[in-house]
Design a protein around this ligand. Structure first.
Ligand code: DOR
Length: 444
């Protein structure tokens, strides 16, 4: 398909990979960034579309290292089609999907299935993650070399931890030769079985069983020790406690190869939200305290935490319409991620350029450039671009979600900061109604 060139004109370009934070324009031709100019006149084109981006931020497309697209097997919760449309609405142009599907992504055939579906139905790029253990059962290693040659970008049993330390050691050993990270869901199940929220005063008051922070931190400590032993590549998923941040900080100081992520909900919502008994606040790891949030933000600012990932975990309304203890864990996160994270920018807790780097060049560094140079607006890179209005206030209306998962605690909240357009591989895959394509360089 031949695509018309697209000029994004006069926006505030923020690209931490290139050190750019100024007004400029961007030309997209045949799916690639073909020109990036700082204030100059764009090279004339015979026929092109123009987006006037004055007053808007133009940045590399967001990359989500951690989401659940649910296909194959749980299509009632989400499909690759609906999940990637939701991703596009959230400004994400690359999403890495977790293997807790049915069947789990633990062999070449299942990876091929996801890749084929993504190629035909995906609105944005989908990079699959393979299982650490066969069937996610924690007993024996999945065929890692087979999965690596099928094109997985990492390994994880996310949704549950690898309780067998010997198996985790083997997985980390393999990551040395494959150079693919092991994405670690840190949870000691002996401390969390049957528990539904953070353990503390709030869980006592609500008479709900709580998970202690030690359930996460004891596994973070174990796996940092195993990463040191093996020299393997460890990536800690959804870090949620002050103690985990401290453990990762010390491991990095020692030179252990570890990276870490935090979700928008763990950065912005506390356990107090559970007081409503809204099952949409039920997530694993659970929402924690203000003090944990402060440590997580500090961790981001100091690069102890490398990236922000959504852990988009859609569930059906029927599954969440039950008493708190019985509901599944998870928050539908793609479509509110940017809006909720912008609160940290507006509060002065995180510079906008840092937020952009945690969503673009930093996750790209973890994935590597096997799939082309991602997370950058450098000329020649795939044209993955996100345009945002940092100041636009909007109300979250779950009826507008492209995701099948309406399970957000942010329904009806007002957020400040909105994705206005998303371009994936040169194609405009989402635009707000207020964005008009023009063919006139002068804004009318
Ligand atoms: O809340 C969660 N939901 N945490 C996980 O680790 C898994 C996820 C899911 O798959 O629903």
């Amino acid at each position: 398909m031949i695509m018309k060139p697209l000029l994004i004109h006069g926006g505030h370009i923020i690209d931490p990979s290139l050190g750019i934070d100024e007004t400029g324009s961007l030309l997209i031709t045949e799916g690639k960034i073909s020109w990036l100019g700082r204030g100059e006149i764009a090279p004339p084109q015979p026929d092109y579309d123009i987006i006037h981006a004055q007053g808007l931020i133009v940045c590399p497309g967001f990359i989500d290292l951690h989401c659940h697209l649910r296909e194959p097997g749980f299509e009632e919760k989400e499909t690759i089609a609906t999940g990637t449309q939701a991703a596009a609405r959230g400004g994400f142009t690359t999403v890495c999907c977790m293997p807790n599907t049915n069947p789990p992504l633990d062999n070449q055939a299942t990876i091929d299935y996801v890749k084929t579906k993504a190629a035909t139905e995906g609105a944005v790029r989908v990079l699959p993650i393979g299982c650490i253990s066969k069937g996610r059962k924690g007993g024996e290693l999945a065929p890692m070399p087979e999965l690596a040659s099928a094109g997985v970008i990492a390994f994880s049993d996310d949704g549950q931890p690898v309780m067998n330390s010997g198996l985790m050691r083997q997985a980390l050993d393999y990551s040395c030769s494959s150079a693919l990270p092991i994405i670690d869901h840190c949870e000691h199940t002996a401390l969390t079985e049957g528990k539904v929220m953070n353990e503390g005063i709030v869980s006592t008051r609500l008479e709900l069983y709580g998970m202690p922070v030690a359930a996460e931190e004891s596994m973070v400590a174990r796996d940092l020790a195993l990463a040191q032993l093996t020299g393997g590549r460890l990536h800690i998923a959804h870090v949620s406690t002050e103690g985990s941040v401290e453990l990762i900080r010390r491991a990095k100081e020692k030179g252990i190869q570890v990276t870490a992520e935090v979700t928008p909900h763990h950065l912005t919502l506390t356990e107090e939200r559970v007081t409503s008994y809204d099952t949409n606040t039920k997530v694993n790891p659970p929402l924690r305290t203000k003090r944990d949030i402060q440590a997580l933000i500090q961790g981001l600012r100091e690069n102890v935490i490398d990236i922000i990932a959504t852990d988009h975990a859609p569930h059906t309304e029927a599954e969440k319409r039950c008493e708190f203890a019985l509901a599944p864990f998870g928050i539908s996160g793609f479509e509110t991620a940017l809006g909720s994270l912008m609160r940290l920018v507006h509060n002065g807790q995180l510079p906008l350029a840092t937020l952009v780097s945690k969503l673009t060049c930093e996750p790209s560094r973890i994935i590597g450039d096997k799939y082309g140079k991602l997370g950058t607006l450098a000329t020649g890179a795939p044209a993955d671009v996100t345009i945002i209005d940092p100041n636009l206030e909007w109300v979250v209306d779950i009826r507008d979600f492209a995701s099948k998962g309406k399970n957000t605690p942010l329904a009806s909240s007002t957020l400040k900061g909105k994705v206005m357009a998303t371009i994936s591989r040169g194609k405009l895959v989402y635009k707000d109604d207020s964005i008009k394509l023009s063919n006139n360089l002068v804004k009318t």
